[in-house]
Design a binder for this molecule. Structure first.
Ligand code: GLN
Length: 217
């Protein structure tokens, strides 16, 4: 039986993730499909979940109100692979702050042991692209698309750093601080950037392999 990847479809760039996932499935030649997931009862039917970029406060509030936050948290705790991109990664984090208000006190899945700074590079106008080395997808650089992006400032034990941004890519005030932009904690992947917008499906392929492995257990 094929694998089913859910894209959390409450707000954000859902369509782009559906497309990138379908393309990655094709290029891996894996039998599977990608579907939108809106309600808690849909979550039981997926083998892996992608939480897209968008606005983490909106996605978190809607997911709490419709009951999916709790169900998603339970599935992730029991081993289901999840990939959060940008706002999706914020939602996965245990600790989130921004420079203006400090701790943001928003609804979180509270499962990825990292401290995230929201909007770490400034406003929408400060969006940028940067070539990244991501150790799990090979030597070829990956074009990271950063849009009002968060950054990971601290990681707990058990969190593997997959990619960092170096200062030459960063014109903002966060120079010289640790700028982790992709991590993995077992079945959980988080990225500051939007892999679904780079036209390169290698990170989605990496995630799909985790899902396939999980499904075959
Ligand atoms: N700034 C957004 C947030 O804090 C994330 C932006 C994005 O997903 N592109 O939720």
């Amino acid at each position: 039986m094929g694998i089913t990847i859910g894209i959390m479809a409450l707000q954000g760039d859902v369509e782009e993730n559906l497309n990138a996932t379908r393309e990655a499935l094709r290029s891996l030649n894996i039998d599977g499909n990608a579907i939108q997931v809106k309600y808690p009862e849909h979550i039981a039917g997926v083998d892996g979940l992608i939480i897209p970029g968008g606005e983490s406060t909106v996605i978190g509030t809607l997911a709490m109100l419709n009951g999916s936050l709790k169900v998603v948290r339970e599935r992730i705790s029991s081993g289901m692979p999840v990939m959060g991109t940008c706002a999706g990664m914020i939602l996965l984090a245990k600790r989130v702050y921004d420079r203006v208000v400090g701790e943001t006190r928003q609804q979180l899945l509270d499962i990825l042991d990292v401290t995230v700074e929201r909007n770490a590079f400034g406003r929408q106008i400060d969006s940028f692209e940067a070539d990244l080395k991501i150790k799990v997808i090979g030597e070829q650089p990956f074009k990271g698309v950063f849009i009002r992006a968060p950054v990971i400032r601290e990681t707990g034990n058990g969190v593997d750093v997959l990619a960092r941004l170096d200062d030459s890519n960063d014109s903002s005030k966060s120079k010289n601080k640790s700028k982790i932009v992709a991590v993995q904690q077992g079945n959980i992947i988080g990225t500051s950037f939007h892999p679904e917008l780079s036209g390169d499906t290698r990170l989605h392929e990496y995630f799909i392999r985790l899902v396939k492995e999980y499904k075959s257990r």
